[in-house]
Write a protein that binds this ligand. Structure first.
Ligand code: ZN
Length: 125
């Protein structure tokens, strides 16, 4: 993916609704750039929501693009399921949520998760 503005190769990161602002962070959760501040209450569900993005340092506000990232770790799956980058939930919470949603038994869901996310190599179950 190349930047539409400067044509440099873009970097993978996340666009996050943080406590006081919308920001771009890198894959190690380091702040890259604050895009804009907001007044959302700190206990709002939106805090911690994120999307995977490509970004470019030429213009952080204008040169990021959403994309569908392939999930590569169990932790990424947990964040994706709970739509929150700061979630403290575990893979067991994911299994409970899916069982409660009627998607199958715990064992069936484990098999389903593994087959639908073949690039995850660090399953803890
Ligand atoms: Zn650029």
């Amino acid at each position: 993916m190349n930047c539409k503005l400067c044509n440099q190769v873009m970097v993978v990161g996340k666009y996050v609704c943080n406590t006081n602002d919308y920001r771009i962070i890198d894959n190690n959760n380091n702040l890259v750039s604050i895009i804009e501040s907001h007044d959302i209450p700190s206990d709002d569900d939106e805090i911690g929501e994120y999307i995977d993005v490509y970004y470019c340092s030429c213009d952080y506000k204008r040169s990021y693009e959403k994309y569908e990232k392939q999930i590569e770790t169990e932790q990424e799956l947990i964040k994706r399921v709970f739509e929150n980058i700061y979630t403290t939930k575990t893979i067991n919470d994911v299994l409970v949520k899916m069982v409660d949603a009627g998607l199958g038994t715990t064992e069936e869901i484990k098999n389903m998760l593994k087959s639908s996310n073949p690039s995850v190599t660090d399953w803890s179950f």
